[in-house]
Design a protein. Structure first.
Length: 163
């Protein structure tokens, strides 16, 4: 059984942005990205602005859930890599609405690593209308798999894992 990421507590602005990307086929249409295809298949149920707003606000109202970290990496190396992420995602992964950069401090480490790998490999961030995705893909262009694990390990320092 495939499980998606914890979305509880993600800000309403980010939820709206992502739901719109699925509705506009900016996300959820790539056969290379099977997990997004699953989400994309449900987009017909969320077809109007009122539903998008209500769903976005509901998700944002849920308390973030702690999780069990599973990614192993060198957090010290990751902290060096994260310096280039701070301007968009914030020093503690809090995100930035003006830059449309999501918070990273709520997401599970396995999901963050999965998304970083997808951006780095071109499975995400390739649609011409996905400006933020293109920017992420470009940022991760020359970062290897071990470095992505290190980056993810560093992001665990400001997330909500179960201790």
């Amino acid at each position: 059984m495939q499980r998606g990421p914890i979305i509880n507590g993600l800000p309403a602005w980010f939820n709206r942005q992502q739901l719109r990307k699925f509705l506009e086929d900016t996300r959820g249409q790539s056969p290379e990205n099977k997990s997004e295809l699953l989400i994309g298949s449900a987009r017909d149920r969320i077809s109007d602005e009122r539903t998008i707003n209500l769903l976005s606000q509901y998700i944002a109202s849920l308390p973030p859930k702690p999780y069990q970290p599973v990614v192993k990496g060198n957090a010290l190396n990751g902290s060096v890599l994260y310096q280039s992420c701070i301007q968009c995602h914030g020093a503690k992964g809090e995100g930035n609405e003006m830059l449309k950069s999501p918070p990273l401090n709520i997401q599970e480490d396995w999901y963050l690593l999965d998304q970083l790998r997808k951006f780095a490999s071109g499975k995400r961030g390739h649609h011409p209308k996905d400006i933020e995705g293109i920017q992420m893909a470009h940022t991760l262009l020359n970062i290897d798999g071990e470095s992505l694990k290190d980056l993810t390990a560093h992001m665990q320092d400001f997330s909500m894992p179960i201790q």
